[in-house]
Design a protein around this ligand. Structure first.
Ligand code: PEP
Ligand code: MN
Length: 344
C-alpha cells in the first residue's frame, strides 16, 4: 500500500501516521520527494484495508498494491483448482470441473413437475451434459411469479439423481435451507441476487459440497472474487465461479454477457469458471453462439436452460433451448473445445 501525503502535511502528522500504522502491526518506509512525501506500507495490507486511513490528518490518497482477495488469488495458489464431483452411483464416473474437459450443466430453469424433470434430465444426459441444473427454490423479481416447488422440487431432484446417476446443481436461497439442499445437491448454487448475501456465503462455506457462485447483476469481477473469498475463508475450497451477464444500458439482450470475465478471472484466480449464456442473453437464439464463445474464451464449462415446451415454461421460457437445439449446440461445442485444446 502506498500512502500519498498532502503537500502541507506537518512533521507531527507524519509521525502520528507512522505510529498508527506500526501499531496495526505493519512497517513503513518513508520516502521524501521534492514534491511530495509518500509512505510505503510493508506487510499484508489486507489486514488494514478497512481502516479509515483517509481520515488521518495529512493523508491525501491511499493506493492499494495487493488485491483484496487472497485465498482466491493465483498468487496464493498458482495451480488451477480442479473440483471432483464423486459418482452418484457406485462404479460411475466422477465429474471434474476445472480440468481439461469442458463441462456442460443443463436442464430446466425450474423444477416444474416430476415427469418433466425426468424427461429433461434423461435428454440432457444422453446429449452429453455432465450435471443437471434445475431450481426448486426460485429467486423471482415478482412475488406473484412462480416461486418454485420448494421441498417437493428437491424431492424430485433427489429421485432423478438416484435414478439416472446424474449429479445436481441447484440453488439455495436461505441460510436455514443449506443443510437440507446440501443433502440432495452435488453443487450448491448461489444465485446472482445472493452473490453478496454474506451470511449465506459463510453458511455454504461451512458445507463440504462444491459451491457455484453466480456473478451479481451489478457485481464487479473483484466483488465476485471477494464473494468466493468468503466461502474459501470458511474452509470450503470447492468454489466455482459463474459469469451470467450483468446489467448495462443495452436493452437488446436481458443482460450483457461479459465474456471477457473469463480470461480476466483466469488471470487473477485459480478457481474454475463457468458461463451461463441463458441468463446472460435471455434469448434462446443467442444461447448457442455465446456458449461457443465462452468455451473459446477458456471457460471450464457452460450452464444452459433447456425446456421441452418453452412457451409453457413457468420461468425463463424465452431463453430456454428446445431439446433439438440443445443437441445441436452440444456437437458444435465439442468442435470448439477441441479447437482450444480441450475435450467435451
Ligand atoms: C438460475 O440459474 O436459475 C438463476 C436464477 O440464475 P441467476 O441467479 O443468474 O439469475
Ligand atoms: Mn432461469
Amino acid at each position: 500500500m502506498i500512502i500519498v501525503l498532502r503537500r502541507d502535511a506537518t512533521e507531527a502528522q507524519i509521525a502520528h501516521l507512522v505510529e498508527t500504522i506500526q501499531a496495526w502491526g505493519l512497517t513503513t518506509h518513508l520516502s521524501r520527494g521534492t514534491e511530495r512525501t509518500i509512505i510505503g506500507v510493508i506487510g499484508d495490507e489486507r489486514t488494514i484495508r478497512s481502516k479509515p486511513l483517509e481520515a488521518i490528518p495529512g493523508v491525501e490518497s491511499v493506493m492499494a498494491v495487493l488485491k483484496p482477495y487472497k485465498l482466491a488469488s493465483l498468487e496464493f495458489q498458482p495451480e488451477k483448482t480442479r473440483i471432483q464431483i464423486p459418482p452418484v452411483k457406485p462404479g460411475g464416473e466422477p465429474v471434474e470441473i476445472g480440468g481439461p474437459s469442458v463441462v456442460v450443466v443443463a436442464g430446466p430453469c425450474s423444477v416444474e413437475s416430476r415427469d418433466m424433470l425426468f424427461d429433461m434430465a434423461a435428454l440432457v444426459q444422453k446429449a452429453g451434459a455432465r450435471l443437471l441444473r434445475a431450481g426448486a427454490f426460485k429467486p423471482r423479481t415478482s412475488p406473484y411469479a412462480f416461486q418454485g416447488l420448494g421441498v417437493e422440487g428437491l424431492r424430485y431432484l433427489a429421485e432423478v439423481r438416484a435414478e439416472l446417476g446424474l449429479p445436481i446443481v441447484t440453488e439455495v436461497m436461505d441460510t436455514r435451507d443449506v443443510e437440507m439442499v446440501a443433502e440432495v445437491a452435488d453443487v450448491l448454487q448461489i444465485g446472482a441476487r445472493n452473490m453478496q448475501n454474506f451470511n449465506l456465503l459463510r453458511a455454504v462455506g461451512r458445507c463440504r459440497k462444491p459451491v457455484l457462485i453466480k456473478r451479481g447483476l451489478s457485481g464487479t469481477i473483484e466483488e465476485l472474487l471477494m464473494s468466493a473469498e468468503y466461502v474459501l475463508n470458511e474452509g470450503n475450497r470447492q468454489v466455482i465461479l459463474c459469469e451470467r451477464g450483468i446489467r448495462t444500458f443495452e436493452r437488446a439482450t436481458r443482460n450483457t454477457l461479459d465474456i471477457s470475465a473469463v480470461p480476466v478471472i483466469r488471470r487473477e484466480s485459480h478457481l474454475p469458471v463457468l458461463v451461463d449464456p441463458s441468463h446472460g442473453t435471455g434469448i434462446w437464439s443467442l444461447v448457442s453462439p455465446m456458449a461457443l464463445a465462452a468455451v473459446a474464451a477458456g471457460a471450464d464449462g457452460v450452464m444452459v436452460e433447456v425446456h421441452p415446451n418453452p412457451e409453457q415454461a413457468l420461468s425463463d421460457g424465452p431463453q430456454a433451448l428446445l431439446p433439438k437445439t440443445f443437441e445441436k449446440m452440444m456437437s458444435e461445442l465439442g468442435a470448439v473445445a477441441r479447437a482450444v485444446g480441450r475435450t467435451l
